[in-house]
Ligand binder design. Structure first.
Ligand SMILES: Cc1cc2nc3c(=O)[nH]c(=O)nc-3n(C[C@H](O)[C@H](O)[C@H](O)COP(=O)(O)O)c2cc1C
Length: 204
């Protein structure tokens, strides 16, 4: 996809896989990116459980503020159960969706078209409207069901973008590692981030 000056609405969904720091880094990058006008943010119930384990946060109230440390009027927080939100309809002008981290449960539901909650439905809408859908899956090891579901989702148009950090750029902290991963995801969406690491080959 080409670089964009204005992407309008983007959806960020967080599910109950390990990797809360990646979700925080993504939210921070989207809030700071002037090309993104509105962030539709949905966290599953199980994402809240993982936030509690990994970040010591509790509850859904003011979740974006708790994650970022300050409020942002760009963020529109949706309950996971709100199947009537704009992003649940193909007529709503969304430019794409990132699920970070994406659990094997949500991957399976998306791959099989369950559309049983807002995250699954918004992803289903992206696939039917042929909009970018980036599934940042996280599990290890993968069983054959996981692998099959990744293939199914990829065949339906999703990008499988596993939460696997790069080390050749020598991140010094987990925050830096998460930021570098997020930069790669956003570059894939055409939203190159200023200061993002770029590999320089010797011949350059
Ligand atoms: C602390 C913690 C870490 C977890 N890590 C993962 C993980 O990395 N990948 C995964 O697929 N599930 C993981 N799970 C299990 C999921 O949360 C669980 O399968 C849940 O049903 C997913 O629901 P959701 O997709 O609606 O968020 C974890 C659960 C907990 C409590």
């Amino acid at each position: 996809m080409k670089s964009m000056n204005d992407v309008g609405n983007l959806t960020l969904a967080v599910t109950g896989a390990s990797g809360s720091i990646y979700a925080v880094a993504m939210l921070r990058a989207l809030v700071g990116d002037k090309r993104v006008r509105r962030i539709h943010f949905v966290a599953s119930e199980n994402a809240l459980r993982v936030f509690a384990e990994e970040l010591g946060l509790s509850g859904r109230n003011d979740l974006p503020t708790k994650l970022l440390g300050s409020p942002s009027d760009k963020i529109c927080l949706h309950p996971e159960s709100d199947i009537g939100a704009g992003i649940a309809s193909g007529s709503y002008p969304s430019r794409g969706m990132i699920v970070l981290p994406c659990s094997m449960g949500t991957l399976g539901a998306i791959a099989n078209g369950l559309a049983a909650n807002l995250i699954q439905r918004a992803a289903d809408v992206c696939l039917k409207e042929q909009r970018p859908l980036i599934l940042c899956v996280r599990e290890t090891p993968f069983n054959r069901i996981h692998l099959r579901n990744m293939q199914l989702a990829a065949e339906a148009g999703a990008t499988i973008f596993p939460v696997i950090p790069t080390l050749y750029n020598r991140p010094q902290t987990t925050t830096e590692m998460a930021k570098q991963f997020v930069d790669r995801v956003l570059a894939h969406l055409g939203l190159e981030q200023p200061g993002a690491y770029q590999w320089k080959a010797e011949e350059d």
